[in-house]
Ligand binder design. Sequence first.
Ligand code: PNS
Length: 157
Amino acid sequence: MIAIYPGSFDPITFGHLDIIERGVVLFEKVIVAVLYNPNKQPLFSVEKRVEQIIQCTRHLPQVEVDSFVGLTVDYAKLHQAKVLLRGLRVLSDFEKELQMAHTNKTLAEDVETVFLATKKEYSFLSSSTIKEIAQFGGPISHLVPENVVKDLQSYYS
Ligand code: PNS
């Protein structure tokens, strides 16, 4: 079974990577799909984010990395995927995630959302927090993969 792991990944964190690594144990293939969102001002371009994810998932042959525009369920259908994979960190994620899962269900009855609880040690992690720490020169190597550390440091240097 193929699972789509959609998201912004601006940038990918160890929390995301944990979900991907556990996702490949459950699914034959996990397609990490970076959303091109014209309403958001990301730090890294979609192409850069795709490259960052490719680099840090090289050890996982069941992972594909791609980008998309539009509805996640349409992208899932295009790849014959019946599962959307999402991570749940804390209770405050739940409301937004449940709303998205219900919305997606109304758009595509045969696509299921599967949630994995993020590992406790990454439950506080978010891409925005990491960008904030990096901006002020704080340590981030325990939060994001090495290639992303370099990209953030060169962006803010
Ligand atoms: O990493 P994020 O920003 O929490 O990911 C959110 C994402 C990309 C999964 C969500 O915004 C999304 O699926 N957007 C695509 C548009 C869509 O399908 N909307 C309907 C479902 S809410």
